[in-house]
Design a protein around this ligand. Structure first.
Ligand SMILES: C[S@@+](CC[C@H](N)C(=O)[O-])C[C@H]1O[C@@H](n2cnc3c(N)ncnc32)[C@H](O)[C@@H]1O
Length: 172
């Protein structure tokens, strides 16, 4: 990770041998690569990362490209909506939710591969469909702790009470 951070300063981020990545945005603190995690994680060498922190997409609920349209336009980010996992356009049919579960299992199984044994994987999610027990089990992650947090002011005051969980997992 240190190596990735160091090499990411400047416009290009191609610090991983054999993997072509470029930074969509970078500062002295590090770089942001806008990539399809299904495609890119699988190419990375084992134990590339020290930990993973993620807030995965909600299945069939939010059009993230629309929600973050300002950011895409202000930062000149490439439109990657065709790569979205669980896109709103696919809806929440059984088939669509199953595809989401399979994709998230693939993402975490790939991430597992790039982490040392026992490394932390922190997942922020509101798992109202109770999909994550299967996703964690199938991708080789063990839940250590579930922290519930109240979220009511993220994008303005929310009408109802909204809670999300922080799933503190480790690679099993
Ligand atoms: C719940 S949001 C979290 C966004 C951000 N981490 C935050 O907290 O504001 C889920 C994000 O996953 C992104 N996403 C969906 N499919 C993806 C994929 N295949 N590869 C990478 N990111 C993806 C969505 O575009 C969205 O920005």
């Amino acid at each position: 990770m240190e190596e990735l951070g160091r090499k990411s300063r400047g416009a290009a981020w191609t610090g991983i041998p054999g993997v072509k990545l470029s930074a969509a945005y970078s500062t002295d603190l590090g770089a942001l690569a806008l990539v399809d995690c299904l495609a890119v994680l699988a190419q990375l060498p084992d134990e590339t990362f020290d930990l993973v922190i993620t807030s995965p997409p909600y299945p069939g609920l939010i059009d993230y490209h629309e929600q973050h349209r300002y950011s895409y336009e202000l930062l000149g980010l490439q439109d990657r909506r065709a790569d979205e996992i669980g896109p709103a356009s696919r809806g929440q049919s059984r088939q669509a939710v199953r595809a989401y579960v399979e994709d998230m299992i693939a993402v975490f199984a790939n991430a597992h591969q790039q982490l040392a044994a026992g490394a932390p994987v922190i997942i922020v999610v509101n798992d109202s469909k109770e999909l994550y027990p299967e996703i964690l089990e199938q991708s080789g992650l063990r839940l250590e702790e579930r922290l519930t947090r109240h979220v009511n002011r993220r994008t303005g005051r929310r009408a109802g009470e909204f809670f999300e969980d922080v799933l503190v997992c480790v690679t099993a």
